[in-house]
Design a protein around this ligand. Structure first.
Ligand code: NAD
Length: 494
């Protein structure tokens, strides 16, 4: 059995805890590797390694840090296929989708190449006579990233690119379900010239996560995963005095108005619901169809579903791979088999006819889904699209705003006024106008509202730079006997 180790101090380090977890090929349903699960002591070693590397890296010049990011950019670019095939082999997503993930991750490294400009502070000459005031942005220290299974390549890049470029050192705890892609990227970081110890990977589960949350030398934690764990990470990390950004789950609604291009809307709904087998935090899981076009839209979605090619991610023609595990497949299938009893209409039943040798499901379509049904209320995180019929735009927006999640949403319409009203009124962090998966480009920042994000800053982009730095403001004056005097009053700026 292939053994997957940790990466500490610039090299692979076998686990010593005696605990391991299984890594599967979800397309075959077979275990292909064993990943080491770190103990608290192993986490402490990784943190100590990152702490030891900090003084030198923090003192490294900005252009040299940028140079490492430029080199990493070229290495990731040259190794797109290798990274994507590691993602596909353990996650199951098809290779073309995994390549898209690498491309969107790479954007974040490209953004971090501009770190000298991003870290510029302000300078106010003569804030008072002979007094200048200026701002510095300094790294936090050792920072940790805890990432989900569904983007094992991209989400770590959301975090470490800015964190390292800002002068922090990093400990990553990737998902134990598909850890090989981030370990390969750790090798690329070393090849790019990042000094040993600046980037470390500890594989593990709750034991490793808790050790990071409790470690006094971890200054900040970035988390992406499900809402209950995000809330736990935020509460525990902040209670331990850490800066935390914790991105959670989602239930993304796509509102289709009667004037929308219904073919475009159906294409978008199918792509965004079933891409990556629905295992995306920005997947569309509910279509809100205004009643007058609902039948036509459901028909258009239904006719597109049989054309979706479901099968192993390694075969180039396939468009949708398996789910991550047998447990995930069975849980998702439960929403489809229970939908009719809840009062929904099963238009396409994806629990039948899928390949049986892996963790596959076919796409499912449920109509007449309403709040109060499990299929509406829960984040299903699988290839199940629900249609909820609404009478008006207002009813649609009201449903979106009432939902506890607020990650992504989209409106499909030709009416610019309606779209503008939607972007203003909707209580969601990322909004698409005729764009079903509005993941912001890397020079904006990514983050949902409500139960989709705990913390104050969104991830990557400018807010990522803010998250990974502390501001310091210096007020300075140079000796000048003419202006020196004893004055017990509170300084006024004159
Ligand atoms: P998860 O919450 O189960 O796991 C995320 C990370 O937390 C993993 O590294 C895991 O090892 C760790 N973890 C799991 N249980 C833990 C526990 N009890 N205590 C401490 N740590 C624990 O999420 P997942 O299943 O890997 O990923 C899917 C979820 O992530 C979905 O809910 C999806 O919406 C969400 N997600 C959100 C975003 C976003 O940007 N908002 C992006 C991707 C995924």
């Amino acid at each position: 059995m292939n053994q997957i180790h940790h990466w500490v101090g610039g090299q692979a380090v076998p686990g010593t805890s005696g605990r391991t977890g299984p890594v599967y090929d979800p397309a075959r349903g077979e275990q292909v590797a064993e990943v080491a699960l770190a103990s608290a002591d192993e986490v402490a070693t990784a943190v100590a390694t990152a702490k030891a590397a900090l003084p030198e890296w923090r003192a490294t010049g900005l252009s040299r840090r940028a140079e490492v990011m430029f080199r990493l950019r070229d290495l990731v670019d040259a190794n797109r296929k290798e990274i994507a095939s590691r993602i596909s082999a353990e996650h199951g997503k098809v290779l073309s989708d995994a390549l898209g993930e690498v491309a969107r991750g790479l954007e974040n490294i490209e953004f971090a190449c501009g770190i000298p400009a991003l870290l510029k502070g302000g300078y106010s000459e003569q804030a008072a006579t002979g007094v200048d005031v200026y701002q510095l942005r300094q790294p936090l220290g050792v920072v940790a990233g805890i990432t989900p299974f569904n983007f094992p390549g991209m989400v770590p890049m959301w975090m470490f690119a800015n964190a390292l470029a800002c002068g922090n050192t990093f400990v990553l705890k990737p998902s134990e379900k598909d850890p090989s892609a981030p370990l390969f990227v750790a090798e690329l970081l070393a090849q790019a010239g990042l000094p040993a110890g600046c980037f470390n990977v500890v594989n593990g589960d709750k034991v490793a996560v808790d050790a990071l949350l409790e470690h006094p030398d971890v200054a900040a934690v970035s988390f992406v995963g499900s809402t209950p764990i995000a809330k736990y990470i935020y509460e525990t990390g902040t209670a331990n005095g850490k800066r935390v950004q914790a991105l959670g789950g989602a239930k993304n609604h796509m509102l289709v108005l009667p004037d929308a291009d219904l073919d475009m809307a159906a294409d978008a709904a199918v792509s965004a619901a079933y891409g990556s087998a629905g295992e995306r935090c920005m997947a569309i899981s509910v279509v809100l169809a205004v009643e007058s076009v609902a039948d036509e839209l459901v028909a258009k979605i239904t006719e597109r579903i049989p054309a979706i090619k479901v099968g192993p991610g390694s075969e180039p023609d396939n468009e949708m791979g398996p789910l991550i595990s047998a447990e995930a497949r069975d849980r998702v299938a439960g929403y489809v088999s229970g939908a009719a009893d809840e009062g929904a209409t099963v238009v396409v039943d994806g629990t039948v006819g899928a390949p049986t040798d892996g963790f596959f499901l076919n796409p499912s379509l449920l109509d007449d889904v309403r709040p109060g049904m499990k299929a509406y209320d829960d984040e299903i995180f699988g290839p199940v699209l629900g249609v909820t019929r609404v009478a008006t735009y207002d009813e649609g927006v009201e449903l979106i705003n009432r939902n506890p999640y607020g990650n992504g949403t989209a409106i499909f319409t030709r009416d610019g006024g309606a779209a503008r009203r939607f972007q203003n009124e909707v209580e969601v962090g990322m909004v698409g106008i005729n764009v079903p998966i509005p993941v912001p480009v890397s020079y904006y920042s990514f983050g949902g509202w409500k139960a989709s994000l705990f913390g104050d800053t969104h991830m990557y982009g400018p807010e990522g730079v803010s998250f990974y730095t502390r501001s310091k403001v210096v007020t300075s004056r140079w000796p000048d006997p003419a202006t020196s005097a004893v004055d017990l009053g509170f300084p006024e700026n004159r």
